[in-house]
Design a protein around this ligand. Structure first.
Ligand code: AMP
Length: 192
């Protein structure tokens, strides 16, 4: 079983690259951002709670996020492997994911693929995406900058944990989508 954490700041291309990786390696993608947006669209209690954080560009609290993620892993426990897109985003979530993957799947995180993109490019990409995405958190520069601030304050240190485990690989996230995908594919092939 291959379990990949796709890591990087907002706008680094995680969603796009996750799509290519799941097709290439027949994996199941779990995006906590997508799960929240699904709940918001359906106006669930979880959606309403999450929206109050997401609209400001803040992270949703760990416990609700991890509970939602755990349910989704359990629902797909027969998958070949997973791409975790947008989770973990805190040290607490990183530890929770280790445990979930161990207990539910009897497996481990195989690789953390980190997309590296500089901040001003991220802001430009997200503002552009906001023209068509309909996402409230892409709609204004202040919220976008707060999301990037949250990334440095709470998420960047997740990379240190995966580095310590020796499973962290950085890939330049600027360039043609297909070229970036090829680099990611090559890293996955190394661990197959
Ligand atoms: P994304 O689609 O990954 O950019 O996520 C959109 C928003 O959902 C983030 O800015 C957070 O507010 C929230 N979110 C998604 N994943 C997480 C997570 N793992 N922990 C906390 N909040 C999250």
């Amino acid at each position: 079983m291959i379990n990949i954490v796709l890591f990087g700041p907002p706008g680094s291309g995680k969603g796009t690259q996750a799509q290519n990786l799941i097709e290439k390696f027949n994996l199941k993608q779990i995006s906590t951002g997508d799960l929240f947006r699904y709940n918001i669209k359906n106006d669930t209690d979880l959606g309403r709670l999450a929206k109050s954080y997401i609209d400001k560009g803040d992270l949703v609290p760990d416990q609700v996020t991890t509970d939602m993620l755990t349910d989704e892993v359990k629902r797909n426990a027969d998958a070949n492997g997973f791409i975790f897109d947008g989770y973990p985003r805190t040290v607490n979530q990183t530890e929770a994911l280790e445990q979930i993957v161990q207990e539910v799947l009897n497996s481990k995180i195989s690789l953390c693929l980190s997309l590296v993109v500089e901040d001003e490019i991220l802001v430009g990409r997200l503002l552009k995406r906001g023209e068509t995405s309909g996402r409230t958190d892409d709609s204004n520069e202040e919220i976008i900058r707060n999301r990037i601030k949250e990334y440095y304050a709470k998420t960047a240190e997740v990379a240190e944990l995966y580095k310590q485990h020796g499973i962290y690989v950085e890939v330049n996230g600027v360039g043609a989508i297909e070229e970036i995908s090829e680099k990611l594919f090559a890293e996955v092939e190394k661990i197959k």
